[in-house]
Design a protein around this ligand. Sequence first.
Ligand code: CO
Length: 134
Amino acid sequence: MIGRLNHVAIAVPDLARGTEVYRSALGARVSAPQAVPRFGVTVVFVELPNTKIELLEPLGESSPIRGFLEKNPGGGMHHVCYEVDDIIAARDQLKAQGARVLGDGEPKTGAHGKPVLFLHPKDFCGTLVELEQA
Ligand code: CO
């Protein structure tokens, strides 16, 4: 069902500092920050030859990554995103197997303008999984 790894998302308390780590220490190409208010984050994209890393900083008081950063104050891996060809077919197949889809179960438009869904970490080896229709 799943295809390519689209990105790995890392929550950070300080996006400027995170950008500096990837740009200067690791020598990666990092995009300008982009606010995504509907997801409560500001994001930068780190472009790697085979995938992307997204650094996420909380945006707004009700940001869904605030709780994660309270538990992981220095930052940490927040989710992995896998591409699927048909997100509705993937969702229905996973739900039929008992997997939990977060939110209302309907795809939302992600930071790349494509439909995305999130799957409960307890059903996927302790990792929050994002599916994106490629
Ligand atoms: Co993501």
